[in-house]
Design a protein around this ligand. Structure first.
Ligand code: ATP
Ligand code: MG
Length: 389
């Protein structure tokens, strides 16, 4: 009897001839994530991945937690693998059911069976009926409930037989590294970490850019963004965070531009700098946490003016979402508690009382003229700090 982990994937099935590229990348990512837990053997068979370890003290629980954060994995089951021999299936089933009843006080169950190996002498319905009856005879207080059981004992007869009762959902998506690199404008807020996560879910590697306005925004605000990058990096197989000093740019804009336009001009500078960083890293897009109408700088008119500052595409995965929907995802992925820590945000430091809601591009370009944009941008880039998480 071997204790192993079964990993299922979904969307990779649709990949036709490229399927192996996605599978191999997923296996590579799994290896990297579990590397420090001890020796692991990862095998692929019939569009599933099996993970096992010879180390007696291999931490299966920790491995499972990590697997729920690997893009490309649809679900995970801790499984017991035995020979495809009916006596052994009966015996092992009793052990599993006995353990579940004791640990979880389950009262109802059903058996579900799949027979991949057609040379096995019993059909799936017969396995279910016979094994169910056998389990009932040994645990008389247990009852069968085919509609809403407390647990399901899954029996899969393949080249070996796999028994399990748990199907743990993972994050789905596509394996990190199969979709190129994108540059996320990461603030300390709720939205941008979720936006980055959503793009990363599609197999895209993420680098992050944070604009820091010291001393208007404190080191605690910076630490918060580092923490958010750390949380994201657990999903993204590592993140490079660029911390760009933004104070000089903000003070210049504040001094030289009409007040109602300072936010939109500031956002254009963020885009330009992020684009320079992106081009250098070979990144194919910028990503922000904007949603239509959330604030003045996120009206369609404002975003038109923001986009005009760059030529790389700007992806805004939250564009049609309500705040509550974003919060729900932030909670699920674990960024919410950090995002709501009450530290300053650079956008709230220099903020117009009446920001323009429908900025004109022509006016924006006019108002930017007194700024020495090239110098401001190059200065900020030359003092940018890079942290690898
Ligand atoms: P968030 O919750 O992500 O902070 P927000 O609703 O506060 O978003 P804004 O402050 O208007 O919205 O920012 C819009 C987007 O611009 C953010 O989602 C983020 O992508 C980017 N952004 C804003 N401030 C910063 C910053 N200091 N550093 C990097 N990116 C930023
Ligand atoms: Mg913000």
């Amino acid at each position: 009897m071997d204790k192993i982990i079964l990993v299922r994937y979904e969307e990779i099935f649709l990949k036709g001839l490229n399927k192996h590229v996605f599978e191999n990348r997923l296996i590579k990512n799994i290896k990297q994530k579990l590397d420090d837990l001890g020796s692991v053997r990862i095998t692929k068979s019939q569009s599933r991945i099996y993970i096992e370890s010879d180390d007696a003290d291999f931490d299966f629980d920790e491995a499972i937690i990590r697997l729920t954060k690997i893009f490309g994995i649809a679900s995970i089951s801790p499984v017991v693998r035995i020979k495809s021999d009916y006596d052994e299936i009966r015996k092992t089933s009793l052990d599993i059911v006995g353990d579940l009843i004791e640990r979880k006080s389950y009262k109802t169950f059903k058996v579900e069976s799949k027979r991949g190996d057609k040379s096995f002498p019993m059909s799936s319905p017969r396995i279910c009926a016979d094994l169910g009856g056998y389990i009932l005879s040994k645990f008389p207080r247990l009852k069968v409930d085919v509609h809403n059981p407390d647990f399901i004992l899954y029996v899969e007869v393949r080249e070996n037989t796999y028994l399990y009762s748990e199907i743990i959902p993972s994050v789905k998506g596509l394996p990190t590294g199969t979709g190129g690199l994108a540059t996320l404008l990461l603030s300390g807020g709720i939205d941008s970490p979720v936006a980055g996560w959503m793009i990363a879910k599609r197999g895209v590697e993420i680098e992050a850019v944070y604009f820091h306005s010291y001393p208007y925004t404190s080191d605690r605000a910076k630490d918060k963004v580092i923490k958010l990058s750390e949380i994201l990096s657990e999903y993204c197989m590592g993140i490079k965070l660029h911390i760009v000093p933004f104070t000089e740019i903000q003070t210049s804009i504040n001094e030289k531009c009409p007040h109602e336009y300072i936010t939109i001009i500031m956002r254009r500078f963020m885009m330009r700098i992020a684009e320079r960083i992106a081009r250098k890293s070979g990144s194919l897009a910028l990503v922000t946490g904007e949603a239509i109408g959330q604030v003045a700088s996120q009206t369609m008119e404002s975003m038109l003016v923001t986009n005009n500052a760059v030529t790389l595409p700007v992806y805004r995965p939250l564009i049609g979402m309500d705040k509550n929907e974003v919060i729900e995802i932030a909670k699920r992925i674990g960024t919410f508690d950090t995002s709501i820590l009450p530290y300053e945000d650079c956008c709230t430091v220099f903020v117009a009382k009446h920001p323009v809601i429908k900025p004109s591009l022509q006016k924006t370009l006019e108002y930017e003229k007194p700024l020495d944009s090239e110098k401001l941008i190059n200065d900020a880039l030359s003092r940018t700090e890079v942290i690898k998480l």
